[in-house]
Design a protein around this ligand. Structure first.
Ligand code: OAD
Length: 240
């Protein structure tokens, strides 16, 4: 088994990839955490204090995400599946990658389209519908958004790390890389892999990544076009 494989691509996305679809990021001006205190709406403490406020916050996010459409960056990423084995590891809770056509999407911070019983953990799809207080899972537990809140365990972390470590090409797009442990995944990418980060602003690009300083809808199609042109055999990294 090679430690990394030019046919394998990992995309690591954050809220910036959905910004041009009209969904807010978290930390930019106008970002969600500039308008809301995350402790109030994205923590177990906030849920215990005022669950109705938390439901309303995520009901609005779910409605907004359902109304949004995938953009050129989501669509270009999906196109890579024509020639590569692609895994999208996303911190996003929207489903725009799936709606653009990506078939393997790993949500490390949960998904708006699902609810789960607050005590049972039983998951169910809600799609675009709001979750109401008093709405319960099959085991009688209050339904809450199936989102990873601050202080809760990130999903699929070891699975995602394994994908990174085997990738011949890695594209990081639309994330400030400031929320851990998810942001630490980029360090699992092989040194020899072709690694690109797309963001208009960033404190500093992760070591070994080329930084394309621009918007997702402009830069991602360029990276994808190059990779499709090069084909699966010709990344910088070769199987060992
Ligand atoms: P941030 O708001 O921290 O970062 C968004 C990044 O996207 C920044 O680097 C922006 O420069 C960039 N950006 C903005 N517009 C862009 C565009 N059009 N094209 C490309 N990049 C653009 O959001 P995340 O990194 O996604 O977690 O935040 C990570 C986690 O923090 C989220 O998953 C969420 C939040 O708390 C939970 O809620 C658990």
């Amino acid at each position: 088994m090679p430690s990394h494989d030019p046919r394998r691509i990992v995309i690591f996305s954050g809220s910036g990839v959905s910004a041009e679809s009209g969904l807010p990021t978290f930390r930019d001006s106008g970002g969600l955490w500039r308008q809301y205190a995350w402790e109030e709406v994205a923590s177990p403490e906030g849920w215990r204090k005022h669950p109705g406020v938390v439901q309303a916050f995520y009901n609005e996010r779910r409605h907004q995400a359902a109304e949004a459409q995938p953009n050129a960056a989501h669509r270009a990423i999906a196109e890579l599946e024509k020639s590569f084995d692609v895994v999208v590891v996303t911190q996003n809770v929207d489903d725009l990658h799936e709606r653009a056509g990506s078939t393997k999407v790993v949500h490390v911070h949960g998904e708006l389209a699902f609810a789960r019983g607050e005590h049972s953990g039983l998951r169910q799809r809600v799609g675009a519908a709001p979750i109401h207080m008093g709405q319960r899972c099959a085991q009688g537990s209050q339904l809450r958004p199936d989102i990873v809140w601050f202080g809760e365990s990130v999903r699929h972390l070891e699975e995602a790390r394994a994908y990174f470590s085997e990738a011949g090409r890695v594209l990081v797009v639309g994330t400030s890389l400031s929320v851990f442990p998810a942001a630490s995944l980029v360090h699992a990418a092989p040194a020899a892999a072709d690694k690109v980060v797309v963001a208009p602003e960033l404190d500093s690009p992760p070591a070994g990544f080329d930084w394309m300083r621009g918007k997702a809808t402009e830069c991602v199609p360029q990276v994808v076009a190059r990779w499709l042109r090069e084909g699966a055999g010709a990344s910088q990294g070769q199987p060992e």
